[in-house]
Design a protein around this ligand. Structure first.
Ligand code: SR1
Ligand code: MG
Length: 400
């Protein structure tokens, strides 16, 4: 029996009324459970035709698995605190937190229901003119301002302590770096793709590089990451972008966030290759995605570079040569982590609709094989790809 779960809609409404003043006393409120993620329960509380808020509640286990996979409730505190911290540096791009309540492991936050989930938007080939700029700036600012370049020694260590997140990190450690590279029972593999997956499991050189990336994930406390920056964690309109769901936040390698996002654009690029419909339209969309990739890195690296030059506090880190090297290092890490995201979303536990929605299993296997191949190349070649042009060349060769 889970004692702290909201018993019914009335309990959710009472919680919201207790901690916000958004609704008039006589307003008739409606609750709907709208969570489609893997882990938590998410409720929308709305006055029909009027205001609304989101209540996100963590239970002490993974939602899609049940009580057999216990999970610390502290993730909910981490999410609330990460949202507040992100808002200090990138307030335009995160929902506002109205209240966090530790005993209920619940957050009341701004409803971004007028936005569309980015994964659905990409599948529908919706052009989003400001997406790459918003996400590039979001990452540059949140990551720079929580790094040793900006914080003093004590501030940084205090924050690292606050964001120790062992349960959620363990999910990533397993789902990104272990399961997809062996015949693990949690994997979900499209039958025609099995021989390609089996070849990966035999590939010791690839596994050595994955071990390198995992070791970085385990040990390199460079900045406070969002930690789960995939298309499903982003909501969009034409001119607005909101990044939600930082419950995986912890201090890790900056390239993990950048790479997760690159990986998700590339998953869509692979999936669209085999989606039914007009080929010219599909290819035009895939070209648009590559342009977004370029823009994303452009905005991220320009802003991160500017912040390093203008706002680095530690004099020993103000060295221009070192700063350029740092950016190149982030680029190489990003490519490697993008590769692991491509692979784990294709044959691991948590798939993505960009690939899963291809109905024909053979067609799907072709798009999936492309994702695995691209993932492998990114991991293996990451330190030899020195620029965005190099990345786009590699991707285009794969398409031929
Ligand atoms: C059991 S959790 C599976 C995945 O869902 C989350 O959103 C993370 O991406 C995690 O890897
Ligand atoms: Mg999530």
């Amino acid at each position: 029996m889970i004692e702290h779960k909201f018993n019914d809609d009335a309990a959710v409404i009472a919680f919201v009324r207790r901690h916000t003043r958004l609704f008039a006393e006589d307003a008739v409120l409606k609750v709907s459970e709208i969570g489609d993620g893997n882990i938590n329960f998410v409720y929308r509380v709305a006055e029909p035709g009027g205001a609304s808020v989101i209540v996100k509640q963590a239970l002490p286990y993974v939602r899609i698995i049940g009580e057999g996979w216990p999970l610390s409730l502290d993730r909910n505190r981490i999410e609330a605190e990460a949202l507040v911290l992100e808002a200090e540096h990138a307030g335009d791009w995160v929902p506002e937190v109205y209240h966090y309540e530790q005993p209920l492991a619940a957050i009341i936050m701004q409803d971004v229901g007028d936005h569309q989930n980015l994964r659905h938007a990409l599948i529908a080939r919706r052009h989003l003119p400001q997406l790459a700029e918003h996400l590039g700036l979001f990452m540059a600012r949140t990551l720079f301002h929580t790094s040793d370049m900006r914080l003093d020694a004590h501030q940084k260590k205090d924050l690292v302590k606050r964001f120790i997140n062992p349960d959620l990190c363990k999910i990533t450690e397993d789902l990104f770096f272990i399961d997809p590279f062996c015949d693990h029972e949690r994997n979900a593999i499209n039958p025609p793709l099995l021989p390609v997956a089996q070849a990966l499991w035999q590939d010791d050189l690839l596994k050595a590089e994955v071990a390198e990336l995992k070791y970085a994930f385990l040990n390199r406390a460079e900045a406070l990451l969002h930690g789960d920056l995939h298309s499903g964690s982003i909501f969009v309109t034409e001119n607005s972008t909101k990044v939600i769901d930082p419950e995986f936040a912890y201090f890790g390698p900056i390239g993990f966030d950048v790479g997760s996002l690159i990986g998700n654009l590339l998953l869509n690029w692979c999936g669209q290759h085999r989606l039914a419909g007009d080929e010219a339209e599909r290819e035009a969309w895939r070209d648009w995605l590559l342009v977004q990739l370029e823009k994303l890195w452009h905005h991220f690296s320009q802003e991160f570079g500017r912040l390093m030059r203008e706002d680095t506090r530690d004099p020993s880190l103000q060295n221009e040569h070192w700063q350029q090297r740092r950016l190149l290092h982030i680029w190489h890490d990003s490519l490697g982590f993008a590769g692991t995201e491509l692979i784990r979303r294709t044959i691991g536990l948590a798939h993505v609709a960009d690939l899963d929605m291809i109905e024909d299993e053979q067609q799907r296997a072709q798009a999936e094989a492309m994702a695995l191949h691209l993932g492998r190349e990114l991991i293996m070649e990451r330190t030899r790809i020195s620029s965005m042009e190099g990345l786009v060349d590699l991707i285009c060769q794969l398409n031929d």
